[in-house]
Design a protein around this ligand. Sequence first.
Ligand code: FES
Ligand SMILES: [Fe+2]
Length: 468
Amino acid sequence: MSIATSKSPTQSAGPGAQWPPGWHTMAHGISVGRYIDPAFQQLEYERLWSRVWQVAARVDEIPAVNDYTTYEIGDQSVLLVRVDEGTVKAYHNVCPHRGTALGEGAGTFQGGRIICPFHGWRWDLSGRNEYVLERQEFRDGKLCDSDVALKELKSVVFAGFVFINFDRDPVPFDEFIAPIRAFLEDLAIGEMRHYWWKSIPIPSNWKVAQEAFFETYHVPATHPQLEKPAAAVIYGSDRPTDFPFSHRHVAYDAFAYGHGRFYAGEKTPMAGNVQAQGGDPVEAMAARLKLLADGMDAQVLQGDIDVLLTLRGKPIPTGSSLGAEYIKALYARAAGEQRPMPKATPEILGMWGGEIFIFPNVMILPHAGNAMIYRVRPAGNDPDRCTFEIFSTRSYPTAVKPPRATLQRVTDLDDPEQVLEIPRQDLGNIPRMQKGLHSRAMRQTWLASHHEKMILNMHQEMDRYLQA
Ligand code: FES
Ligand SMILES: [Fe+2]
């Protein structure tokens, strides 16, 4: 399960070798071997995770100087340390003496001293060795500073994330992030801080779990409460040939470097597209937002609904809309609290409720000063297992010190106390998909050209790493 670049690839792949038929990315579908073959997962470790920029942490895991956290991928562990207010460093999490991991989980290096618990070798936060007991005993007394320094990885702090790369000569981060940089900046993702963070073990391939969040095509069947008219067609007794499917208007973009996004643009409720169906539009919009607030406790929070309800009974000025008035009220509240908000441009407002995907494994679902973030990783050598994390984040008034991010580990995917309704509906399908992908009747998936465009783009970008 090594992700070291120096390890040779598996026999069955690589330049000049034959690419197995079960590992193909095709315009109309994905071969199932990519989701179930342990050799494919091994190749991902060796060629993708070892070279790609990846999110190792949110900055609010290490808010204060001396704080550290760890990031695990495959058999590699990385230590992330807050060196000063503006500097985070990433080290291979290993003592150069006999290999002890220097950090476990998260914590604080008291006094800025990193001390190995085995024999007490010590480093400062910049990775420089400060102490070796009986130093003259090593290497005939000629131990160099570089022999005992911590080994640093390339890292970049951007949008509130700490990105790392195991490759010593990767594609420059700025080039990698360029296609989505402006969206992440304008959505103020860098201002979002910890609200809650959960980690959920899922019995599926990491890509199966991830791709369940790449489209809105699943909404009527998986979340019938969110799209009642289309759900009525799916689950009802009528069999019309066409659907009143409101997510038909969702736009999808596939960007270079594997990134993507989907968004409703002018069709968002924020632009006033509220289907009141005869009732009061404020109540209808509040009811819809409440499904999200209660169903996820992320993206939309109860406080946002309270703002909306202040519009009850107020006339909408000519030329405006309920959505526009709601936006105004949200920004007025945020200004009063001195709380950062996304840029209020039509493009950015049109992305609320949509998603930005950072290749290879992070999805951001932005909203009104809140964002839900998913990160998915393979777990060990088993392609049928992964770790799925949800970070619910929000902006805080400048006067409030946000809490340090702490992880809650979910033990039961089906427990409504641990996993709220909407992610539970999503995650509930995932083990069934993984099971189905092992069926002898299943060679490949079929991909919708519009709604499932981001899946294809992700696999094509993966192949650039895997086949290089
Ligand atoms: S293993 Fe770390 S000091 Fe010996
Ligand atoms: Fe969903």
